[in-house]
Write a protein that binds this ligand. Structure first.
Ligand code: ADP
Ligand code: ASP
Ligand code: MG
Length: 403
């Protein structure tokens, strides 16, 4: 008998038929004698639909009310799933975050789970019941409803697994595991049987939305092994766990991409000490995250161009701050948000020379221009024109033997 946390994503609970199918997966686990806690997402598309409704009221819809609104999607699926289990003659109960409670810290729409009371859950499990918990949300110390970031049901599952000391944390989704790249975009993508926390964290931070990055981070911090598997097939999934147990045969494990970034260039910036600090200090104070930075060599020894990337949502604010910050002199400020970030990730990269060259040569063979570069021990990212995204992923997938 094991204590299992099972998380079902939006597509898995997207229709009544699918909710009934999920109920049967849980029934099987329950009848096998396991204690099951299920975490559910909202029906696929629901959260976006709710955001759209709020935008019809205002582009700057009140953040507190937005959390109240968005948390409702998961409440609906929790009750429907509990009802479906009850129909199968299983004791089941939804417990909303404030009833448990699951405590969060931090601002609305971006809170973090810090603790949870386990009493009600454990009592109900001891009575041979199944507990259903809405993912993606919590309650603050001031009893306000909070949400924990898009895709946050993954983070709820990991936090609940940790606090309940569960034996397994299984992420049921619409693909049968983590692939070398998005299998819905590149059909030759290969399923990965085992992947380390570090690699998964890089892949998800760089755009592979199959796991939310903060969920992976928590799993890594507390060493909670995860399994990503399909709701719709019984094929073996992907195990995410500590690197020590993985044998690396390939230098690159996966290719990820995202279209969240934008490139900003300050043209004709004075070339003297302290300029870079003057540019990035006000941005950091405004909590704007700068990812890649390139400074051109100045041809006239007086001025230079500084290019950097930020999240697309931050472009307007970044330009506004730089315009208003009188300490920086420049001729012009331009931006390009039709760019994509394409990254290769692999723990085996550390011990394989020539990866950088191979990536750049591959992209140049496809006629793809690299606009910015950033590297770390186990990843290499480039910014390219958005139109080249698919070509770049295909090429990298092939040259690093992932097809
Ligand atoms: P859920 O609603 O179950 O949380 P998501 O839509 O958040 O599911 O994540 C699953 C999706 O992630 C898949 O449908 C797939 O298109 C996408 N994805 C992106 N990169 C990868 C990858 N490397 N491996 C598997 N799926 C990926
Ligand atoms: N429903 C939320 C979202 O769409 C949370 C989740 O699905 O994990 O972002
Ligand atoms: Mg998800």
């Amino acid at each position: 008998m094991a204590k299992k946390v099972l998380k079902f994503g939006g597509t898995s609970v997207g229709t009544i038929d699918r909710i009934q199918h999920v109920a049967r997966i849980i029934e099987k686990e329950h009848l096998a004698g396991n204690n099951v806690v299920a975490i559910v997402s909202a029906m696929v598309g629901k959260t976006n639909e709710l955001i759209k409704l709020s935008n019809e009221i205002s582009d700057t819809f009140n953040k507190r009310e937005l959390d109240v609104l968005l948390s409702s999607g998961e409440q609906v699926t929790s009750a429907l799933l509990a009802g479906a289990l009850i129909k199968l003659n299983i004791n089941a109960k939804s417990l909303l975050n404030w009833q448990i409670p699951i405590l969060t810290e931090g601002e609305h729409s971006n809170a973090r789970i810090i603790n949870m009371n386990v009493e009600k859950i454990n009592n109900y499990l001891n009575e041979k019941g199944v507990v259903i918990i809405p993912g993606f949300q919590g309650i603050s110390k001031r009893a306000e409803i909070t949400t924990i970031g898009r895709g946050g049901s993954d983070a709820t599952a990991v936090a609940v697994a940790k606090i309940l000391n569960a034996d397994t944390c299984e992420i049921y989704t619409d693909v049968d595991g983590v692939y070398s790249t998005d299998p819905n975009k590149i059909p030759v993508a290969k399923k990965i049987d085992k992947i380390s926390y570090d690699e998964m964290l890089e892949l998800s931070s760089l755009g592979a939305k199959v796991m939310q990055s903060s969920a992976v981070q928590t799993a890594m911090m507390y060493d909670i092994p995860l399994e990503v598997k399909s709701t719709f097939t019984e094929r073996k999934g992907t195990k995410i766990f500590n690197q020590e147990n993985i044998d690396y045969t390939k230098s690159v494990t996966g290719v990820a991409y995202s279209k969240d970034d934008a490139k900003i260039t300050l043209i004709g910036v004075e070339d003297k000490p302290g300029v870079a600090a003057n540019i990035f200090e006000p941005l950091s104070k405004a909590q704007i995250n700068v990812d890649m930075v390139i400074q051109n060599i100045s041809s006239d020894q007086k001025t230079t161009d500084v290019t950097f990337t930020v999240k697309r949502d931050d472009v307007a604010r970044t330009k506004e701050i730089l315009r208003e910050k009188g300490e920086i002199n420049y001729k012009d400020i331009i931006h390009n948000d039709k760019v994509a970030k394409v990254s290769i990730v692999g723990a085996g990269m550390v011990s394989t020379p020539g990866i950088t060259y191979k990536m750049f040569r591959g992209l140049s063979d496809e006629g793809i221009n690299i606009l910015a570069i950033s590297t770390s021990e186990i990843k290499l990212s480039v910014i390219i024109d958005e139109d080249n995204t698919l070509n770049a992923i295909k090429k990298l997938h092939t040259i690093f033997d992932l097809d």
